[in-house]
Each structure stands twice: as structure tokens, then as C-alpha cells.
Design a protein around this ligand. Structure first.
Ligand code: 5CA
Ligand code: ZN
Length: 408
């Protein structure tokens, strides 16, 4: 599927600023920072980020998550690396089908409309596009292959025509989230699983393939007509395009369990190697009025609405970058006001003839970002520059563009 147009990224080496540092990023599985210097293909960092389920437009929570991984990509590039980036679109899933039915829309039409809006929101926010942007409906063959591999490994069973993954097939199951059994059950029930369904071997076992339901889209497969289960699309796409042991599996922290745990376990059993990813990197949840912003709750601030109201996308981006990507935080109107003020002050400085030692400013920016993508600290580095504390305009402007995706 077509992604969106990436903005140009200035190479800071062209400004005599050398190359940046390889980042250290927090890995949920080990609970520690790990240096994400790529292994495998030299010079190539590999990232998979879980994409949208397109039944409602991009809200600021989605935007914050994609801007966080955009920062990782920008830091990698500044360190002289190329980046292979795959992102899925869950264009077939229960919530999307339910919304289409509620609104009397064809599910394809609803998905296509929301994907288009997502593309334009990402482009406005200067998020670099993934080089592979793939819908589940384009991935069915790959999902079938993974399910066949799992069946061959003895890791599946059938319940009323639905195919399940036996979580006990992966000795490493649980090693990403480290939750106890009761927590896993509760999260599974909350996030698309069916722990209470009678006849399952283990309540945590997850669906790989759903037998066709009347009126729902379905595809032929060796295990009957039906559609992919949620987790397997990400397993299949990541392994196909990035290979096992890719560098970073990303998404919001609402995906730690069951989604990332299940995708990794399925891959590890289907392909017989581990790990699925070297680091599991999770962005915090953006909330509104004390609750996680979510399409199902409907407490959304949409990027497209803010753009429509005339807010500068660079200010929206700065409002997101003002929070550490790992923190859960609440969106407020004030945050946007503060970001607008910051943007004005940076642009004023960019329009001046400030001169001086920008190497120090850029080194501080790079140090902050290499330290688990510490964007709040990076913003204060630029604040100090804008307050007139030295640094040639051209180089700092290029660094803000390249590293923060903010064009002054
Ligand atoms: N399609 C699946 C992933 S395979 C999905 O979770 N879709 S989603 O539309 O619900 O979310 C898209 C991305 O935004 C995911 O990475 C999710 O973790 C993240 N996300 C969702 N809500 C928030 C929020 N309130 N704050 C931050 N990130 C969020
Ligand atoms: Zn996913």
C-alpha cells in the first residue's frame, strides 16, 4: 500500500557537524537500556511499529507514538545508519467491522477513508514514512504461512473451526511483559482476547484464524474460510520484511500484553529462532480528562481537527515532543499554547543572525536524544539557544529539522 511522502531530512554531516550517536533505548523485556546499534546487515537498523486500526481518525495518542518512533528513526539516520521500517494497518478486525456496521458503511470504504486521513496527518506532522506500509488484507498469504508453520510445530488446535495458538509451545512466553497469570487474563479480556471461551486449552491461548462469520469478509485457507487473528499479522509482516531478530518492535504500552507477547511467541515457534526483536520499545499513553485517549471511548483530540482549526503542525509536534515518550500523560489545551510560544521563540531566533559555536548545541541535542530519546531535554537545549546562548543559525535550524522534525 502507498504510504505518504516523507519530508527531506538534512544531513548534519553536510553542515560540518559529523555524525551522531547510536541511541540507547529502553527495552520492556529486559527492563533496561540497550544500545540499538544494528546487528545483522551492517549499517541497517530494522524497526517494526504497530500501525493503526483505521476506524476513527488519528488522535494525539497515535500521533505521539508515531512521533516517538520517528525520533528513533531520525537518531539512527543521524548516526549514519539506514533504516528499514515496516508498519502495518489493521484494516480488518472486530472493532472496524462493528463501526462499519454501526455507520452503515462498507468496511473497505471506512478503512480507506481513515487511512487517507492518517497519511495526511502523518505528513503534516513531518513523520518519516515507513518504507513498507502494509494492510492486513494484503498480508493474508503471509498469515496463512505462519499458521501453517505453527501447525507443523504442533502449536495449534481447532475450536469450532477457529484456529488457536497454544501459548505453552513457546518456552519464552511471558518474557516481554512479565505479568502474573491473573494480570495476563485480565489484560487479555480487555484487549481483544477471549480468556473465558469454553474449550480452550489455556485461557490465554489466542486466535490465529477465525472461521468465517455470516456477513463478514473471509479468505480461503487450508484451515477453512475465515480471516486472520490480530497478533499474527504483525508476526508475519515483521518476519517477512525485517527478518527474525530485528532491532526494535514498537508501539504504545497498551500493546505490551497480549499483542507483543503473542506476536513474538508465534514468531519464535513458527520460525524456530529467537528473539523476535532485540528490543521491545513502548510509548506511554496519552490521556484526556484522566482517561486513556481511545477510539472505543471516544475521548479523542484529533490531529486533523487541530490542523483544521489552524494550529501549526510544528506546534502540535512540539507539544508531543515536550513529554518523554515513555511517560503516560494528559493532553491539555495549555500544552498546545506552550508549544506555540516555544515555536515562536525558536523561529525568532532562527530569523536572527546568531553566530557562534553550534557544535556544542548540536552535541547536547544528540546526547539527549541518544539517551532513550529524551526529547524534553532536547527541547530545553534548543530553548537555551533561542534565548541567545550561542550557536550559528543555519546549523541549529538544520539540527532541529533533522533530529526533531521541526522546521523553523
Ligand atoms: N492496529 C493495532 C496495532 S497492530 C492498534 O493498536 N491500533 S490502534 O489504532 O489502536 O493504535 C495505533 C497505535 O497507537 C498503537 O501503537 C497503539 O499502541 C498506539 N496508541 C493507541 N492509543 C494511544 C494513546 N492513547 N496514547 C499513545 N499511543 C496510543
Ligand atoms: Zn501490531
Amino acid at each position: 500500500m502507498r504510504a505518504w511522502a516523507s519530508p527531506p531530512v538534512p544531513a548534519l554531516t553536510d553542515h560540518g557537524l559529523g555524525i551522531g550517536r547510536v541511541p540507547q533505548v529502553h527495552d520492556t523485556a529486559s527492563g533496561s537500556l540497550i544500545e540499538l546499534a544494528p546487528v545483522g546487515t551492517p549499517g541497517l537498523a530494522r524497526m517494526y511499529v504497530c500501525g493503526i486500526t483505521p476506524y476513527d481518525a488519528t488522535h494525539l495518542g497515535h500521533a505521539a507514538t508515531y512521533v516517538a518512533f520517528d525520533t528513533l528513526q531520525r537518531v539512527w539516520r543521524d548516526a549514519g545508519l539506514r533504516v528499514a521500517y515496516t508498519q502495518n494497518v489493521t484494516d480488518i478486525d472486530d472493532p472496524l467491522l462493528e463501526r462499519a456496521a454501526r455507520d452503515g458503511l462498507d468496511w473497505r470504504h471506512l478503512g480507506a477513508r481513515e487511512i487517507d486521513l492518517f497519511r495526511s496527518d502523518m505528513q503534516a506532522l513531518r513523520v518519516l514514512a515507513p518504507d513498507r506500509f502494509v494492510a492486513v488484507t494484503e498480508t493474508v498469504d503471509l498469515v496463512i504461512d505462519v499458521v501453517q508453520r505453527l501447525a507443523a510445530a504442533g502449536a495449534t488446535y481447532v475450536l469450532d473451526g477457529d484456529v488457536y495458538f497454544d501459548v505453552h509451545a513457546d518456552s519464552g512466553f511471558g518474557a516481554i511483559s512479565h505479568h502474573d497469570e491473573a494480570t495476563m487474563r485480565a489484560l487479555s479480556a480487555e484487549r481483544g482476547g477471549d480468556p473465558d471461551r469454553a474449550g480452550k486449552r489455556d485461557p490465554l491461548d489466542c486466535l490465529l484464524w477465525l472461521a468465517a462469520r455470516p456477513g463478514e469478509p473471509a479468505w480461503d485457507s487450508p484451515f477453512g474460510t475465515g480471516r486472520p487473528g490480530w497478533h499474527t499479522e504483525c508476526t508475519a509482516l515483521a518476519v517477512e520484511h525485517l527478518g527474525m531478530g530485528f532491532d526494535a518492535q514498537g508501539g504504545g504500552n497498551d500493546l505490551v500484553f497480549p499483542h507483543h507477547e503473542m506476536s513474538a511467541s508465534q514468531a519464535q515457534v513458527a520460525f524456530g529462532t529467537r528473539p523476535f526483536a532485540r528490543a521491545y520499545v513502548h510509548a506511554g499513553m496519552v490521556g484526556l480528562d484522566g482517561q486513556k485517549m481511545s477510539k472505543s471511548r471516544g475521548n479523542l483530540v484529533l490531529v486533523s481537527r487541530l490542523l483544521h482549526q489552524g494550529y501549526d503542525p510544528a506546534a502540535i509536534r512540539l507539544a508531543l515532543l515536550a513529554h518523554h515518550y515513555r511517560a503516560d500523560w494528559q493532553w491539555t489545551e495549555d500544552a498546545l499554547g506552550a508549544a506555540e510560544q516555544r515555536l515562536t521563540s525558536w523561529r525568532k531566533a532562527a530569523g536572527s543572525s546568531a553566530a557562534g559555536d553550534s557544535a556544542t548545541v548540536v552535541a547536547r541535542l544528540r546526547t539527549a536524544l541518544a539517551d532513550d530519546l529524551d526529547t524534553p531535554r532536547a527541547l530545553t537545549v534548543v530553548d537555551r539557544w533561542a534565548d541567545g546562548r550561542g550557536g550559528a543559525v543555519g546549523e541549529v535550524v538544520a539540527a532541529c529539522d533533522a533530529l526533531l522534525g521541526v522546521r523553523l
